[in-house]
Design a protein around this ligand. Structure first.
Ligand code: SF4
Length: 389
């Protein structure tokens, strides 16, 4: 019986594993054997290399991960090598990929796996979920792809494909929506082949069942897909209307002293934790941007500065808010820096800035700084470096 007839069945029956589910799975796996993406983490059985890939792939496109993955493994080839490295080194290797909590968690994970587990990951979901950075998806990916257990691994691609295949109308971001997706995934999971099945679902979502304009005629499930039958493929999955992101003005100080620039390291946890930056922060109501820069530097490092001309204005979006970062060229006035609102500070020559991991918006300040090095605009503010004081 073709699975198209599922459209008339109650949802609880649709989501029950059975012969139709096995046929669907068979079609997907046959499609995958001909069309799978050639990705480096699929050619290894090393759990460490697979876990690194899963951490990187969380929230990041495959094309971006490909630019980092091999280099990261060369730099940190094992749990032990990663555990022995400093967080600064790990963040530097992660610089530009964003979502730095993943790098911090991977580093913590390496230290935990290297110690009580002696380089071996635990094989139960409960023990995995108790480790840093391992949520439901990553636990499912590790259990199915590393240990061959019959566990689904549900990422954004999988949510989209299953929402459409079963025409699920609950928002997959809600508890009922997540439960439906999980039930749908389990109903299709072929015993003993969960790792391959999970990757096949991800590839179908990435290559065919794309967020916009899915290529249904090329889909192995085109005859079975309820969204396709109902013309809902562009409407599903249901998304809650997104609220506009709040916007903040942020001032940053590029402080010069004797040819060096002051940089500060952010606290180890929280947004961009452990990265280096030009000190600064969010503007208060009724505060000028220059006053904001001077106040933030005073609060963060207990030094006084003179705030000079604007060096760069950068718009940047984070997941939950947007900022405009106003970077000023500043001159050190007095006080011995102390790490009050930061973890550490350094006076660094401009050519050495690349040795530190900076967030993307600060990296653009450095680009601007380099463009200005030969220009006249800020020379009065860089006397030590150009020998004119
Ligand atoms: S038929 Fe179209 S909407 Fe349905 S799963 Fe395939 S690509 Fe997605």
């Amino acid at each position: 019986m073709p699975c198209a007839s599922w459209g008339g069945l109650p949802k609880r029956m649709i989501l029950t594993a059975g012969e139709p589910g096995a046929r669907l799975t068979h079609r997907l796996l046959a499609w995958f054997s001909e069309n799978s993406r050639s990705l480096p983490w699929r050619f290894t059985s090393d759990p460490y290399a697979i876990v690194v890939a899963e951490f990187m792939l969380h929230q990041t496109r495959v094309s971006t991960v490909l630019a980092y993955y091999d280099r990261f493994l060369q730099r940190f080839p094992s749990w032990e090598a990663l555990a022995r490295s400093s967080l600064d080194d790990v963040l530097k290797s992660w610089e530009g990929m964003g979502y730095y909590a993943r790098a911090r968690n991977l580093h913590r994970l390496a230290r935990q796996v290297s110690d009580p587990y002696r380089g071996q990951l635990p094989q139960s979901k409960e023990a995995l979920r108790a480790l840093p950075g391992i949520g439901e998806y990553t636990a499912g990916a590790i259990l199915s792809m590393v240990f061959g257990q019959d566990e689904p691994a549900i990422d954004g691609n999988v949510r989209r494909v299953l929402s459409r295949l079963f025409a699920l109308t609950a928002d997959p971001g809600t508890h009922p929506g997540r439960r439906q997706i999980l039930q749908a995934a389990r109903s299709l999971l072929p015993p003993g082949q969960a790792g391959t099945f999970n990757q096949a679902l991800m590839d179908l979502g990435a290559l065919i069942c794309t967020p916009r304009h899915p290529a249904c005629p090329a889909c192995p499930w085109v005859e079975n897909c309820l969204a396709r039958q109902r013309g809902l493929q562009d409407e599903l999955p249901i998304r809650s209307p997104s609220r506009p992101l709040p916007h903040y003005d942020v001032a940053a100080a590029v402080i010069w002293r004797e040819g060096k620039i002051l940089i500060a390291q952010r606290p180890p946890s929280g947004l961009l934790g452990g990265l280096w930056e030009f000190p600064g922060g969010k503007r208060l109501a009724d505060e000028s941007l220059k006053d904001c820069a001077a106040r933030e530097v005073r609060e963060e490092l207990l030094i006084e500065i003179e705030v000079g001309p604007l060096l760069a204005r950068i718009d940047h979006a984070y997941t939950h808010f947007r900022i405009t970062l106003h970077a000023f060229t500043c001159r050190y006035e007095g006080g011995e820096p102390r790490a009050i609102g930061c973890t550490a500070w350094r006076w660094v020559r401009p050519e050495k800035l690349d040795q530190y991991a900076f967030p993307a918006a600060n990296r653009r300040i450095i680009d601007q700084l380099r463009q200005c090095e030969t220009g006249p605009a800020d020379q009065a503010w860089m006397p030590d470096r150009i020998g004119q004081e």
